[in-house]
Design a protein around this ligand. Sequence first.
Ligand SMILES: [Zn+2]
Length: 107
Amino acid sequence: MEKEAFTPEQEQQIKERYDWACAVCGRKPEHGIEVFVRHILGGQATLTNGQVLCEDHNHEGLFKDFFVGLHGSSKELGDEKTENFAKAVLKTYEKHDVNGHIEWKED
Ligand SMILES: [Zn+2]
């Protein structure tokens, strides 16, 4: 899916909607960090598809990398319940063609 860039006006509106706070840790520029507008589901530049993230959490996508890590570590530790949960979440990302740029393989 082609990714559209947000316009400066959209970035401004998204930052205001988030009150300039990082969607992950809640920090704001007043705490001495920079914030960025990034796509949530990739693709379209729409107001609902934008999120505010700080320099530490500056990534495209919606926590898919977290579930990729969780799936790998729970599998390694033999935690079947967590592994199955992470797998189900990742399959949902695939089903809806979300964050395809973050690679995940079942095995
Ligand atoms: Zn953050």
